[in-house]
Ligand binder design. Structure first.
Ligand code: GN1
Ligand code: MG
Length: 355
């Protein structure tokens, strides 16, 4: 780890932290590189390289972050806020000789990540954190946040791009995934359905997966919702969809035993109740009615994204082995099928909340 720390020193020096003890890789992010910076005394920090191939407008990311932090503070948001710390020159990012953009945040002490919900109480807590975040942002004008990832959850246009990759088949992997592609083609109607609903445009997180909810060390209480880079205008059922995707399955998105990946009804019920409770008075009937569709939308979109990346030759997500994206796509497909098989019961849980 000494080599890693040495590489990071020119960046740490811009924060006056060149005499740090250790740098340790942190979390399971698929896009950015994240390290915990340990000090001999005093608090630890989180140092992260923003992947500017994905987030092309680093200033917009920082702008949204500050705007949302200030707004949440003014609304007495009860969870911890992951604030950017400034360089000695007062900048949001430290640049190194490669022109990379790095930012520093306080490490939130006594917090732990979970990979999937172990029990309904945990799913409820995580979902409640996301619902609380959205409720506190309900009166922030969506025009004020910048579009950091244009079309990020525009699955109809993602689907068009996907069809191009299928046609071009650049790395000759199409034959392995013909069945998955066919299934996706059959189910893609959900993308158009969502687009035509006329859902209200809100400030949303856009990536509220369970790994982005920090718990206390016992895994009982949700303390923070982190990873704010994707915040931009979007839809409440989309955020609900990502939490169903990651808080209600029997196994996480990287799990190998595809046949074992299913939605767990008790986790789903707890997540749905936890999510909606803080949103009372904010969420509209149209949004509640379409929460289940939000889950279909985001799980299928994630399947499309993993499968599309596999077909394109693994250019977007970090992978740990050659078939990683294929496995993730199949995993998400299994979850999607299970959602469809349980649709009547799961949707009844949601519709009951309309009162
Ligand atoms: C990426 O980097 P990470 O793990 O927070 C991705 C999300 C996906 C997620 C799948 C900017 O998030 O949209 O849902 O992987 N973020 C971006 O695990 O594409
Ligand atoms: Mg993220």
């Amino acid at each position: 780890m000494a080599d890693l720390l040495n590489t990071l020193k020119p960046i740490l020096a811009q924060y006056g932290l060149e005499n740090s003890l250790n740098a340790v890789p942190l979390g399971h992010g698929n896009i950015n590189d994240t390290y915990r910076i340990e000090r001999s005394s005093g608090p630890h920090y989180v140092l992260q390289r923003l992947n500017t191939l994905v987030f092309r407008d680093h200033a917009a990311v920082a702008h949204n972050h500050h705007l949302v932090a200030r707004h949440l503070q003014s609304r007495h948001y009860p969870l911890l806020i992951p604030e950017y710390l400034r360089t000695s020159d007062g900048a949001d990012y430290a640049l190194n000789h490669l022109g990379q953009h790095w930012r520093l945040m306080a490490f939130l002490p006594q917090t732990a990540e979970v990979e999937r919900a172990q029990n309904p109480a945990q799913a409820r807590q995580a979902a409640q954190a996301v619902g609380t975040f959205l409720a506190c942002l309900a009166d922030l004008d969506a025009q004020q946040v910048r579009d950091v990832l244009p079309g990020f959850h525009d699955s109809a246009s993602r689907f068009e791009q996907f069809k191009k990759v299928v046609e071009e088949n650049p790395v000759n992997r199409l034959k392995e995934v013909a069945a998955e592609v066919d299934y996706l083609m059959q189910e893609a109607e959900i993308f158009a359905l969502i687009q035509n609903l006329g859902l209200p445009l809100r400030v949303v997180h856009n990536d509220p997966k369970i790994g982005n909810v920090l718990f206390d060390e016992k895994g009982e209480k949700a303390l923070a919702l982190i990873d704010w880079d994707t915040i931009q205008a979007g839809h409440i059922p989309g955020d609900f969809g990502d939490l169903v995707r990651t808080m209600t399955p029997t196994f996480s998105e990287d799990h190998h035993d595809i046949a074992a990946v299913k939605v767990d009804r008790a986790l789903f019920q707890a997540a749905a109740e936890g999510f909606v409770a803080p949103l009372h008075g904010v969420i509209e009937p149209l949004e509640i009615e379409n929460l289940f569709n939000g889950a279909r939308w985001i799980v299928l979109e994630q399947m499309l994204r993993f499968l599309g990346d596999y077909l394109a030759g693994d250019t977007y997500y970090k992978i740990r082995y050659p078939e990683h994206n294929l496995l993730r796509a199949r995993n998400q497909l299994a979850l999607y099928r299970s959602l469809r098989e349980n649709e009547v019961a799961l949707n009844a849980i949601i519709q009951d909340m309309l009162g």
